[in-house]
Every structure is written in structure tokens, then in C-alpha cells.
Design a protein around this ligand. Structure first.
Ligand code: ADP
Ligand code: MG
Length: 227
């Protein structure tokens, strides 16, 4: 099954909304979180410790949704620089591996010889993290995630492959729709953020999925700097 997702129009409206209200909501959340943390440490609230940490967790979740929502904004500032995808993967690897280990999964990397691209490093890290997190969450039992880079028909390709349960056909069409999730605690914003980041990098996301797992491909049109 192969499916290219080009439903970015849907994201435009939410993106613009996110840009304008996101910051306004985040500031009060930060204030409330600070006070909760402060009061939560007082002895006289000792018997309510659990409620305090629940409140903080919920605020953190709301904050995560806003952060993800904000990165959907069309006019979000980006910081492109010549960068090596392989290097970004290398720096992120310890973090990804720690997370994988925690879940009993394994991460393998197969990095090919690829030219530098114009990349926003922060965004590429975000993209990778979102794809790897989904891969982790797709695996019912322990499994392996393979992160690959390489050249494919002249395009730089980055892929994240899991040995998870695959994506049913009816769900494939919904990928990239903000807030679409099949998880109890999902935000449904991970992939929309990935599509937006890919779009900003002039890259396309493709997905191959089946009973043996799923692979997300990010194909960069961004040409090599030919001298
Ligand atoms: P969330 O992870 O919060 O649910 P995402 O936008 O990251 O939101 O993903 C949306 C949905 O796409 C997931 O809930 C899941 O059903 C499906 N999905 C994404 N990646 C994978 C994958 N690697 N394997 C199986 N399903 C996936
Ligand atoms: Mg996700």
C-alpha cells in the first residue's frame, strides 16, 4: 500500500489560528504551572500531592498540544542552513535510543552517502521524533525500528521503518488530519506536524504499510548544492 498525502489545505486554517492564539494561551499556562508546583511542595498540601502532579501533567499535555499546534502555522519562522541529515540523526540517536530501550525496542540506523540539504535542524529533529514515536507506539511487542537515509532517484530519502501492526486502509486516508488519532492519549498532531515540516522543506511524505509493519519515507526535493 502506498499513499501520498497532500491534504495540506486542511492545515492552513488551523495553522493560522494556532499562530495567533497559541502564545496567548501558553503564557497563563506557564504561570499556573509555576504556582501549582510551588503550592504542591508545601507541607500543608502533602495529602494532595497526587492531585497536584495530575494538574501539572494535564497542563503539560495542554502545552504539548499547543506546541504541536504552533508548528502547524504556515507562516512559522524557519531557520534553514546547509546541514547533513545523517549528522542530525546521529545527535538525536541517544535520545531516541533511551526511549526505545525503555520500551524494549531496538533502533538501527543505516545511513547512506547523501549530500547536504537546506534544513531547519530543529524541525527535522521534530519530524524524526514524531515518526519514531509513532513507530514505537505501533509495536505491540518488542520490535525494531530502522532509520535509513540514502539517495533514491536523485532524491535524498529518509525513512523510518517499524515492525508494528501496520495501518488499516481506511485510516491511511485520514493521516495528516489534525486531531485524528487512534490512541487513547494521542494528540493526533504528530503527523500533521510532520507533513507541515516536510512541506516547508519541499519534501514529500510517503507511507508503505502492511502486516509486517510500516515505513514512512520523507523524500527531499531540495537539490544538492552542485558547485
Ligand atoms: P498520535 O500519535 O497522537 O495518535 P499522529 O498524528 O502522530 O497522532 O498519528 C495519527 C495516527 O496515525 C495514529 O493514532 C495511528 O493510528 C496512525 N499511525 C501513525 N504512525 C503509525 C505507524 N508507524 N504505525 C501504525 N499506525 C500509525
Ligand atoms: Mg504521534
Amino acid at each position: 500500500l502506498e499513499n501520498e498525502i497532500g491534504r495540506l489545505d486542511r492545515l492552513n486554517i488551523v495553522g493560522e489560528m494556532a499562530a495567533s492564539i497559541g502564545h496567548e494561551i501558553r503564557n497563563p499556562l506557564t504561570t499556573v504551572r509555576g504556582y501549582l508546583q510551588m503550592f504542591g511542595m508545601k507541607d500543608k498540601y502533602a495529602e494532595h500531592k497526587e492531585q497536584f502532579s495530575t494538574m501539572i501533567e494535564e497542563l503539560d499535555r495542554a502545552n504539548l498540544i499547543i506546541t504541536e499546534f504552533l508548528s502547524l502555522a504556515k507562516n512559522k519562522a524557519v531557520n534553514f542552513q546547509h546541514a547533513n541529515l545523517n549528522e542530525i540523526i546521529h545527535t538525536l540517536l541517544p535520545l531516541l535510543q533511551a526511549d526505545a530501550l525503555h520500551r524494549g525496542n531496538e533502533i538501527k540506523i543505516e545511513l547512506g552517502n547523501i549530500p547536504e540539504l537546506d534544513l531547519d535542524k530543529k524541525e527535522i529533529r521534530q519530524l524524526l521524533m514524531n515518526l519514531v514515536r509513532n513507530a514505537e507506539e505501533a509495536m505491540l511487542s518488542k520490535g525494531t525500528i530502522v532509520i535509513k537515509t540514502g539517495l533514491d532517484e536523485g532524491q535524498v530519502s529518509l525513512s523510518v521503518q517499524d515492525s508494528g501492526r501496520g495501518i488499516p486502509k481506511d485510516i491511511l486516508d485520514k493521516l495528516g488530519t489534525p486531531f485524528f488519532t487512534t490512541k487513547d492519549t494521542g494528540t493526533g498532531l504528530g503527523l500533521p506536524v510532520c507533513y507541515r515540516i516536510a512541506e516547508r522543506h519541499n519534501a514529500k511524505i510517503k507511507v508503505k504499510t502492511g502486516v509486517n509493519g510500516t515505513t514512512f519515507f520523507v523524500k527531499f526535493n531540495n537539490p544538492a548544492h552542485e558547485e
